[in-house]
Design a protein around this ligand. Structure first.
Ligand code: G16
Length: 544
């Protein structure tokens, strides 16, 4: 065994986005691309000699190659131990749990989340710190800076680790432990939720369908829903992780899960439908005749969390990303707990969770989670919903309607314009930003008056750091909002995200069709930004 130092030349595009470095597989397959990025990560960390690194991914194409490289490089750089999921598999929340549970120094999560996989799809690498959460900007900025000047990387000249064999192996003197990817995570879920109540729910004939989208949650959902909770075999569909996700797009939204949505809207459909994404951190919740928006889901889970044993003492506070609707704010107000608005990106919740200031966090991008790990967690959200349904003995639709009757309804939609020319997209955002100061106080239509218009800046109340330019917000006096920002997770061109929200009070009308309820705001957003004309698009690529 020898440790080699290999000369390399830097790439200039290894800037981590909202969640790690996501690129086309073909970009990652370039000579030393993975090696450069991993060495830039290791060079940006301190005092990890002899310590433990967790490694796992969502099973997508190129995971196996990158994991072997990561293990050899971890050994060469001085880690004492690597914990890796069997076959290289770990959902993102399970990786976060293992880092915390085994007090590891950090972890590498290999995934491009909900982006398609396969040789022509996407790949990604994300570094998580010792609290189990995504590295903060201080580290990701250092990684990018290092990647631009890197001259060499260290790698052990070792044979492949047998990823199928559970137990201890050795790589260049470093211990490698291959673990069951599900066991520790499933045990954690059992401490949080009322498993006997959910078991009784299934025993009473409650029917559910869970679409694992041939991505990472298959093994977890089979083991927990069918194995431990007694849901009938067949409840979990597309449960085998495949390197190309079976050719599908593992994004659990109403576009890619349309068949499930349609099924849930029929009388003979099941009572509950759910799905998770490529790496298992996102969730989709559909009750019979009721799709629950991620923003509403956050509010509902926060309002009802005390029904689950893990949260029976109540929650400390709630955090949501800025573009997420303000539905959760009303719950926090009623509960008299802290409410925080952060930039998009789960990494911004880490400090608040670590400081015990919030317990539940969520984002409009189909992510909800809690202090149990430091990532959003798809199956956790599904289990909390099941727990609530089991205890309240009501349908999802009834629970949602009662919530609106208590708190009012935040109508909400997101329009995505994908693969827009990057120059056009950034020009559009810059021009709108320049208009903002002049908008305050202006009236539009019959009843829209601009209360504030800014580019969101976040001041982290825990470490005092500031993150500027996090998205344009135009807020109106009646609580309506238009938000526009550039996605940080796309891999081709730019994705413009337009978020629209208005509020209908508790005694207001809650049965409008969402796009119609938001029509005036949609038109105004186009008028102010010139979105359609400048992008040449008549319709968004995806509406959620
Ligand atoms: C990641 C982040 C989320 C973010 C989402 C969308 O999720 O972890 O915090 O909301 O991307 O980000 P953007 O709007 O910049 O594309 P995931 O599930 O892709 O890892």
């Amino acid at each position: 065994m020898t440790i080699q130092t290999i000369n390399t030349t830097p790439y200039d595009d290894q800037k981590p986005g909202t969640s790690g470095l996501r690129k086309r597989v073909k970009v990652y397959q370039q000579e030393n691309y993975v090696e450069n990025y991993l060495q830039a990560i290791f060079d940006s960390l301190e005092d990890f000699q002899g310590k433990t690194l967790v490694i796992g991914g969502d099973g997508r194409f190129y995971n196996d190659v990158a994991i072997q490289t990561a293990i050899r490089m971890a050994a060469a750089n001085g880690f004492g131990k690597v914990i890796v999921g069997q076959e290289g598999l770990l959902s993102t929340p399970a990786a976060s749990h293992l880092i915390r549970h085994y007090k590891a120094f950090g972890g590498l999560v290999l995934s491009a989340s909900h982006n398609p996989g396969g040789p022509d799809g996407d790949f990604g690498i994300k570094y998580n710190i010792g609290n189990g959460g995504p590295a903060p900007e201080k580290i990701t900025d250092a990684v990018f800076a290092r990647s631009k000047v890197i001259e060499s990387y260290k790698i052990a000249n070792e044979r492949d680790v047998e990823l199928g064999r559970l137990g201890i192996q050795n790589s260049a003197g470093m211990i490698v432990e291959v673990v069951d990817p599900v066991a520790d995570y499933a045990a954690l879920m059992e401490t949080l939720f009322d498993f006997p109540a959910i078991e009784a729910l299934f025993a009473s004939g409650f029917r559910m369908t869970f679409d694992a989208m041939h991505a990472i949650t298959g093994p977890y959902a089979h083991a927990i829903l069918e194995g431990r909770l007694g849901a009938p075999v067949g409840t979990v569909v597309n449960g085998k992780p495949l390197p190309d996700f079976g050719g599908g797009h593992p994004d659990p939204n109403l576009v890619y899960c349309k068949d499930m949505f349609d099924l849930l809207m029929t009388p003979e459909g099941p009572d509950f439908g759910a799905a998770s994404d490529g790496d298992g951190d996102r969730n989709l919740i559909i009750g019979k005749n009721r799709f629950v928006t991620p923003s509403d889901s956050l509010a509902l889970l926060a309002a009802n969390a005390h029904l689950a044993p893990g949260y029976k003492g109540g929650i400390a506070g709630i955090a949501r990303s800025m573009p997420t609707s303000a539905a959760a704010d009303r719950v926090a107000e009623k509960l008299g707990i802290e409410m925080h608005e952060t930039p998009t990106g789960w990494k911004f919740f880490g400090n608040l969770l670590d400081a015990g200031r919030v317990t539940i966090c969520g984002e409009e991008s189909a992510g909800t989670g809690s202090s149990h790990v430091r990532e959003k967690d798809g199956l956790w959200a599904v289990l909390l919903w099941l727990n609530i349904v089991a205890v309240r003995k009501q349908s999802v639709d009834e629970i949602v309607r009662e919530h609106w009757a208590t708190y009012g309804r935040n109508y909400y939609t997101r329009h995505d314009y994908e693969e827009v020319d990057a120059g056009i997209a950034s020009g559009l955002v810059d021009d709108l930003r320049a208009k903002l100061p002049g908008l305050v106080g202006q009236n539009f239509g019959d009843d829209l008056q601009v209360a504030y218009a800014d580019d969101f800046t976040y001041h982290d109340p825990v470490d005092g750091s500031t993150s500027a330019k996090q998205g344009i917000r135009i807020g109106f006096t009646d609580g309506s909002r238009i938000v526009l920002r550039l996605s940080g997770t796309g891999t081709v061109g730019a994705t413009l995200r337009l978020y629209l929200e208005n509020y209908e009070a508790a005694d207001g009308r809650h049965d409008l069709e969402t796009q119609s309820a938001l029509e005036e705001l949609i038109e105004l957003a186009d008028q102010l930004s010139g979105l359609k004309q400048r992008t040449g698009r008549q319709e968004p690529s995806v509406i959620t």
